[in-house]
Design a protein around this ligand. Structure first.
Ligand code: SAM
Ligand code: SF4
Length: 338
């Protein structure tokens, strides 16, 4: 990474970037820190959820998103949580995001555990969602229950089927944790191949709300590939701009691996994150956020808001590459959106 000598000029439509020259095109928007699951690798044991009044109102949210798209060069939004399907107004939020397409927005995506998706897949497609990522950590009911805090896998599978029937493009994400679900790698791969759905394995990141992460529990990219190679021909595909490395499995399937721990992709990170209460975190590993809600509620105009965002992003750290290992943070993954 090159450290740029001068901050970029603060002109409208200049894409926002950090001091390492990484331009930001993707914004992850957490719509709530609440969740109907209690995944041990994410949620604290005794979570303290934010007050509703602290959450951005829909007007505040749309103001911030409009600014990111029209002034700061963001072209992709990913709605996440907590569990975004807990928001009854999710379809309305998606529709409002759709208005930003005229200003340069290219994609609206969603990340969900899918347990509540089956009844709403058609509606969120109609609202204008382009694609979704669904978390699925196991097919075996007992293992799924351990990784979700006691939930069943069937509603999630029904959600996946409903999303496909609704014509939504989707990817599945599996966090792999040693001693919990590394024996699900091959069954999930076989299932994804049969169902012709895209699957990505994610290394367990040191961001769990319970502080139980350790390097020994990370099933690395190399270990995941070794399992796949025991059964399939595995061919590495050319690396794109995606955080996942992709592999051709057998004759026509593709599997991705997101190796945040063993092979961090921080040097090309083009993402930013805002929490449901409007704090901007330039990195998953950031220690502090900048409260855009406080700025808005104290009367900041759009120019002041944009300047604060540019300043926060400019000072984004190098990332996990700079501080590998366990990260003490005041904010848990269910607030930050993954
Ligand atoms: N509830 C939704 C879901 O689970 O898809 C959206 C929010 S969740 C925080 C977003 C993603 O973060 C999920 O794919 C989840 O598996 C991932 N995640 C949470 N904690 C993680 C950790 N410690 N390491 C790796 N991935 C994690
Ligand atoms: Fe909820 Fe998603 Fe976190 Fe699991 S990973 S507890 S589903 S927010």
């Amino acid at each position: 990474m090159t450290l740029l000598a001068r901050p970029q000029p603060l002109t409208a439509a200049t894409p926002v970037q950090d001091r390492f020259g990484r331009v930001k095109r993707k914004l992850r928007v957490s719509l709530t820190d609440r969740c109907n699951f209690r995944c041990p690798y994410c949620m604290p044991e005794a979570p303290e959820f934010m007050e509703r009044a602290d959450r951005l109102t829909r007007l505040e949210l749309q103001r911030v998103l409009r600014l990111f798209v029209s002034e700061l060069g963001v072209t992709r939004l990913r709605l996440t949580g907590g569990e975004p399907l807990l928001r009854r107004d999710l379809e309305a939020v998606i529709e409002e995001c759709g208005e930003l397409r005229a200003l340069g927005l290219e994609r609206i995506s969603l990340t969900t555990n899918a347990a509540l998706l089956a009844r709403r897949a058609d509606a969120i497609k109609r609202a204008g969602l382009d694609d979704l990522n669904i978390s699925l950590d196991a097919l075996t009911p007992a293992t799924f229950a351990k990784l979700s805090g006691g939930r069943g896998v069937q509603p999630v599978l029904a959600g996946i089927r409903a999303a496909r029937d609704a014509g939504l493009s989707l990817k599945l994400n599996t966090v792999v944790i040693r001693g919990m679900n590394e024996d699900e790698i091959l069954p999930l791969t076989r299932w994804a191949m049969r169902e012709q759905v895209s699957l990505r394995f994610i290394e367990f990141m040191p961001l769990d709300g319970r502080g139980e992460w350790s390097r020994e529990r990370v099933v690395t990219q190399a270990e995941i590939l070794a399992q796949l190679q025991a059964e399939f021909a595995v061919e590495a595909l050319p690396r794109g701009n995606d955080p996942a490395a992709y592999y051709r499995i057998g004759s026509d399937a593709e599997i991705g691996v997101i190796a945040t721990v063993s092979n961090p992709f921080c040097a090309s990170c083009d993402r930013l994150r805002i929490t449901a209460d409007g704090s901007l975190y330039p990195c998953l590993f950031s220690q502090r956020g900048t409260s855009l809600r406080e700025l808005m509620r104290s009367g900041a105009d759009d120019a002041a808001l944009a300047a604060s965002i540019r300043n926060t992003v400019w000072h984004k750290d190098a990332g996990y590459v700079a501080h590998p290992g366990y990260v003490e943070r005041p904010i848990a993954m269910n607030s930050l959106g993954g």
